[in-house]
Write a protein that binds this ligand. Structure first.
Ligand SMILES: N[C@@H](CCC(=O)N[C@@H](CS)C(=O)NCC(=O)O)C(=O)O
Length: 79
């Protein structure tokens, strides 16, 4: 199962769009920004050391960076 670590109001929305376009099953783990700093919560650093969104995990593989995620998803699941 693909998991998208999704930070509110962030570019991880692009990954959700792609997953919908590819018709894939996935789960979303939502993270909220700090209301004052607007930064991601520390919990995202437990997923990937960058602590930024988007990050996905798939079959134990954790991938950060929007471009790398898109490249991975299209390469593995695209037609
Ligand atoms: N180059 C990265 C940038 C990731 C990034 O900066 N994400 C922002 C959201 S659009 C973020 O996590 N901001 C919260 C923070 O920096 O704490 C990518 O394209 O995925």
């Amino acid at each position: 199962m693909i998991t998208v670590h999704h930070l509110e109001n962030s570019r991880s929305q692009r990954v959700l769009w792609l997953l919908e376009e590819l018709g894939l099953d996935y789960e979303v783990k939502r993270y909220e920004r700090d209301p004052e700093t607007r930064l991601a919560p520390p919990a995202l650093k437990t997923v990937h050391p960058l602590g930024k969104s988007p990050v996905i995990s798939d079959d134990g593989l954790v991938i950060a960076e929007t471009g790398a995620i898109i490249d991975y998803l299209v390469g593995k699941y695209g037609d």
